[in-house]
Design a protein. Sequence first.
Lengths: 201, 283, 258
Amino acid sequence: MNKKSMWSFSFSTPVLVLIPVAVGINYVGKLFAQVLRLPLWLDSIGTVIASMLSGPIVGAISGAINNIIYGLTMDPISFVYALTSAAIGLTVGIMAYRGRINNLWRAVVVGLVVALVAAVVSTPLNVIFWGGQTGNVWGDALYAYLIAHGVPVWLSSFLDELVVDLPDKVATVIIAFLIFVSLPKRLVQMYEGEEALEKLD
Amino acid sequence: MKAVVVENLKYRYPSTERLALDSVSFEVEQGEFIGIIGKNLAGKSTLCEALVGLVPHFYKGAYGGRVVVDGVEVLSSDVSELARHIGIVFQNPFTQVTAAKLTVYEEVAFGLENFGFERSEMVDRIDYVLKLLGLYEYKDRNPFELSGGQMQRLAIASIIAMKPSIIVLDEPTSQLDPLGSEEVFKAVQSLSKEGITIIMVEQKMEKIAQYADKVMLMNEGRVIDFGAPEKVFSRSDLETYGVEPPVFTSIAKRLNIKDNDTGLYPVTLEQMRRLMISEPHRS
Amino acid sequence: MARALSLYVEADTFVQKLDPMVKLLYILIAILIPFVILPFRWVGAVFILLSCVLLLYAKVFPRVLPLLGFSFLILISIVIIQGLFMPGNKTPAVEIFGLTFYKEGLLYALTLCIRVLDVLLAFALLVLTTRPSDLIQSLVKRGLSPRFGYVLSSALQVIPQMMSQVDSIMDAQRSRGLETEGSLWVRLKAFIPLIGPVVMSSLLETRERAMALEVRGFSASGKKTFLYEREPLVLDKILQWALIASLVISLVARFTVL
């Protein structure tokens, strides 16, 4: 079976139905993390699943739409971080395409890379909007310590974001992976394959 | 013109071995009410999907033979084009709402907007179908706030608004409570009275016996029998195909109440009573 | 049951009736001018004032406060951290509890607060006075693909639909003996059984919903129409040109006066 090109911009109807569900999964993940009082956000599980199912473009769009909707309905500042969410989707999609995420170890590696990418993209936004802070207590405590000891703002801000993102993104990719492997084969096929019609006579 | 012509249809889903449909051939006249019966995986849903073009256009896979619906060849057309000729209602009412419209009224408009109808035409059609299906009073509700039976009627209304001459219903009541099921059967009956050709897969044999002009019995992707309900339900080998006849037929079989001219058993209470009055049975 | 997500507040003023695209243009300008073209604190303050006046006029001002709540805590911590620790801090300004706040850090914090408030209020003007469905429809009319319009509208409906299942899943899993209280590890382990069912069922449903959309002409070629059409206002055009004029004037000011 031939896989579609990774950068295909043609969106089948199943893919268009998948994106809102991916965003819904992000929301539900965030809600359960709050209800369970977990020290993680877990608000990009849907984006990661969408990337695993349909590639980097669909993942990036799911991520961006997630923040657009959040911005429209909860917190307008969220619009700005659409860039970070899109980068997460892009990263997972590319990595899933290059080498299948087929075991837990690979999922952890992808999680680490995603955390790094998220921190790189978020840092300039954090500096522009919040002078480099993230709004997370632990990260900001580290940030205050670092700039008080003469570490440059950019590096302090990057580390602030990274300590928050590392555990969160690794956990996110592991959870998404566990869900992905338990999906029925026929559903996965609908999203990844571009089948040709065969003649029978 | 026939409503449906199927000639030697064969179909296999992608990445599977078994034929889901195997050498299926039959014809349906305009305005007929067809009931399709058979056990799980007999190919009933696949046949429904083949009539509206989802097989093969949505699934791909391997396809052979010919399906012509309302004069349109399915293979050389597409699902959207076919939607003007034939509509389909699925089992789960919940998945059939677009999930993008805020009111019942707008939900029905979805298909009409896609086909580019003028606003005045849309309003006429929406008003008509909502009244036909008894949903007019809910027109400003959010579709997700309807009961299962109401949601399923909304699915039917949304299909009927596009004025297909044929409607396929794939076990439309299997996920509904008795009240909701009854609502849907009444709705289907009123469509039939409007002259729309109905093709319905259904597990409730009493309903099939009551409404259907003809019954199709399927097994392992093949059509085993296709004819009058009395003929199909009188078969002695029904159980081997996982089908229980309607309760009146079972009783009649046990009491040996049958039509002496045709040798067939009755399928409804009405038929049974007529037979018992006209000729005293011999048991 | 859940309704679609929206912050829209029903009220009968011109702000609500305005073309959503004009409000989008306002956001663009409220970011471009004070951030890029004329990066001075007073310019940002002018936009904050303007947004406040419009929000008051549109009778939605009380609804702004909960929106600010999200950012408020971070803003306070910014004042503290920058005021105390910013690398360029030289001139002591005030002393509280024995901690010295510096002028440079406090001014930088003020700049950040103005930026955040400016962006927040400009977006608040859009989201509090515009139905999401109207915004999406006007984007589609301006050339956004209707298939993409579907994705946005659907997200607004699907999210509350899925969130509304959270409570019943919690109850169901707890009654089967799932522990959701206790140590971090216990709570972490509870996450998968909780999120699993809703994620699985909603992913499985995508196949049938996609088919249901297809048979209702979702992929039909040809022009689509809209059930509801918005009447364009004369004011739309006037404000649109006024906004573009303000952009041009600020550009001219940037390269001549300064």
